[in-house]
Design a protein around this ligand. Structure first.
Ligand SMILES: Nc1ncnc2c1ncn2[C@@H]1O[C@H](COP(=O)(O)OP(=O)(O)O)[C@@H](O)[C@H]1O
Ligand SMILES: [Mg+2]
Length: 225
């Protein structure tokens, strides 16, 4: 159980006009019950790594294992289901669906793995209360502040009770006061059976993780845990 997420000799090369090796033979084991922050300069590969862990992108070489389950990139549908069920993702700019309300954005994530609409709606309402936004249930994303949108994004990320939460600079577009509220809400999602990884530019937040990882030149340079 302790070797929850294993990255084994992962490389990622982007083929543009010339080859760009962004992740270089990276091996790392993430444990459940812990929070990890991913820090490093712009362009150091943080988002690329998170996209590989979320199975949105695939490594050029190497493999990923969740417990004993090694990801096979041929099985795209299985991997999509795996992501929907087990991984909650929060981005820097809420990528909420613009034509759907807060409530709909949250419960649609539940419907993607379960057909029970009444249950999905009731869970989404509870989550809106939990993040303090019940009064914004009928607001569209354009009618939310940046902080409110991130609260909806967090509610959406946790509706399926994921084993992993990935957040890519979740507070990057917020003022410090709002950023602290959103960061704490994210940190409060820590549980013994859940792994949380977030990328941040903010060392104050980065240091609050159980384990701070510095990315540089495509590898993890240092870690404190
Ligand atoms: N789809 C892509 N095609 C080509 N190059 C990319 C692509 N995505 C990212 N890159 C490059 O990979 C490097 C790492 O990007 P990224 O992972 O977004 O860094 P970070 O999130 O740490 O700022 C950057 O130099 C970026 O230009
Ligand atoms: Mg990034």
């Amino acid at each position: 159980m302790s070797k929850f997420l294993q990255l084994n000799n992962i490389s990622k090369t982007f083929e543009t006009s010339k080859k760009l090796k962004v992740i270089k033979n990276l091996s790392f084991i993430f444990k459940k019950g812990k929070t990890y922050s991913l820090m490093g300069p712009s362009g150091s590969g943080k988002s690329t790594l998170l996209n590989i862990i979320s199975l949105i992108d695939q490594p050029t070489n190497g493999y990923i294992k969740f417990n004993t389950h090694q990801i096979n990139y041929e099985n795209k549908e299985d991997n999509d289901q795996f992501r929907a069920k087990k991984i909650g993702i929060v981005y820097q700019q809420n990528n909420l669906l613009p034509d759907f309300t807060s409530l709909e954005n949250i419960y649609l994530a539940s419907l993607s793995i379960n057909n029970n609409k009444d249950l999905a709606i009731s869970k989404a309402k509870q989550l809106l209360k939990k993040v303090g936004l019940f009064s914004r249930a009928d607001h569209y994303p354009s009618q939310l502040s940046g902080g409110e949108a991130q609260r909806v994004a967090i509610a959406r990320a946790i509706i399926n009770d994921p084993e992993i939460i990935l957040a890519d600079e979740p507070t990057g577009s917020l003022d410090m006061k709002t950023a602290k509220i959103i960061f704490n809400l994210l940190k409060d999602q820590k549980r013994s059976d859940r792994l949380i990884i977030f990328a941040t530019h903010n060392r104050f937040f980065g240091k609050k993780a159980d384990c701070l990882l510095e990315m540089k030149d495509g590898i993890i340079k240092s870690s404190n845990g």
